[in-house]
Write a protein that binds this ligand. Sequence first.
Ligand SMILES: Cc1cc2nc3c(=O)[nH]c(=O)nc-3n(C[C@H](O)[C@H](O)[C@H](O)COP(=O)(O)O)c2cc1C
Length: 186
Amino acid sequence: MKLLAIVGSPRLKGNTIYLVDQALGEAAKLGVQTEKLILSQYEINPCLGHDDCATFGSCQQGDDAGWILDRFYEADGVILATPVYWYNVSAQMKVFIDRNYFPYKHDRKCRARAVGVIVVANEEAIEDTLHTLKQFIGDRFDVGADRIFIASGYADKLGEAKTNLSLVEEARKLGRQMAASLKGGG
Ligand SMILES: Cc1cc2nc3c(=O)[nH]c(=O)nc-3n(C[C@H](O)[C@H](O)[C@H](O)COP(=O)(O)O)c2cc1C
């Protein structure tokens, strides 16, 4: 049973990654195998937009997105985590979302039975960001609303998420909910 977190923050000691670690830590305690991929650590180029994906056996970009998307589509559970950047997901997360066009054009759907979403902002646009991610999840996964878990809240400076205790607890709860959902089957 594998839970994969896709992280859109480039700040390695930042708030998003701290909260992801809290969620994954709880899931691991409950016996779930976890993995975290921080998008900024890999070469993931923007979609070229030729719209000819269906005629190719692999994406013409030939970068790290190929194997990352394979893991994303095969994971039992997935967490999408991003800071709010200019009222929406970070650029890293948006490029990752766009690169799902290749599997979309090949009629592939994510296998995951549970999806977690973690969003952190300084002061505004959490709802806009959640909207973007929910639209993406609705397209790419066959999961009902009862298997989508959300932790979102406010933090800004490095380390600040640690002091937002309700947000920390939300992230931990998300990890426990994901684990319960995965272990419950379905
Ligand atoms: C380029 C950039 C754009 C941002 N835009 C917003 C925004 O629109 N709304 C907001 O509330 N916070 C915004 N922020 C603040 C971040 O969401 C906030 O600092 C968050 O905690 C960063 O998460 P991290 O520590 O994981 O990088 C922005 C930060 C950056 C660097």
